[in-house]
Design a protein around this ligand. Structure first.
Ligand code: CA2
Length: 149
């Protein structure tokens, strides 16, 4: 059984650590990648860490994860609040999806309160900073270790 997790980051997250530190902290996306790789190693998981600013590319990667990966951990960025296409792709992948937001989207602007992704996710992290990725991977480990069959 696969223990590979696709950790997918959406638009503008390549800017992490370069601007808006009050909202998103000082860590870069490379730091988050390293955090995920360290966490995965202790959990016996394999992480494929990716980022794209192109919605179609994200959808292609999700399609390719189907039947190959064990789960998807996704920070969809602003697509969270706009993209039915991303939701449909995640739903079609038939994999456990964990939605991660670095900031607490519910304490921010009204338009960030609605997520098209949460309804098809097994869990949602918001406001844990980049630690949310580690917590999400821990939960994937828990799900896989308790999976029957
Ligand atoms: O809190 C999160 O992780 C978000 O998914 C981040 C998105 C935002 O649209 C969501 O509402 C919440 C924005 C990602 C952009 O990240 C930047 C980081 C540093 C500088 C500029 C953008």
């Amino acid at each position: 059984m696969s223990r590979t997790v696709l950790v997918l980051n959406g638009p503008n997250l390549n800017m992490l650590g370069t601007r808006e530190p009050a909202t998103y902290g000082h860590e870069t996306l490379a730091d988050v990648d390293a955090l995920c790789q360290r966490s995965a190693a202790t959990l016996g998981l394999e992480v494929e860490f990716r980022q794209t600013n192109h919605e179609g590319v994200a959808i292609d990667w999700i399609h390719q994860a189907r039947g190959r990966c064990a789960a998807v951990v996704i920070n969809p960025g602003a697509w969270t609040h706009t993209s039915i296409a991303l939701r449909d792709a995640l739903s079609a992948a038939e994999l456990p999806v964990i939605e991660v937001h670095i900031s607490n989207v519910h304490a921010r602007e009204e338009f960030r309160h609605h997520s098209y992704i949460s309804g098809i996710a097994v869990a949602v992290m918001a406001g844990f900073g980049t630690n949310g990725y580690r917590l999400a991977l821990e939960h994937v480990g828990h799900l896989l270790n308790n999976k029957k069959g």
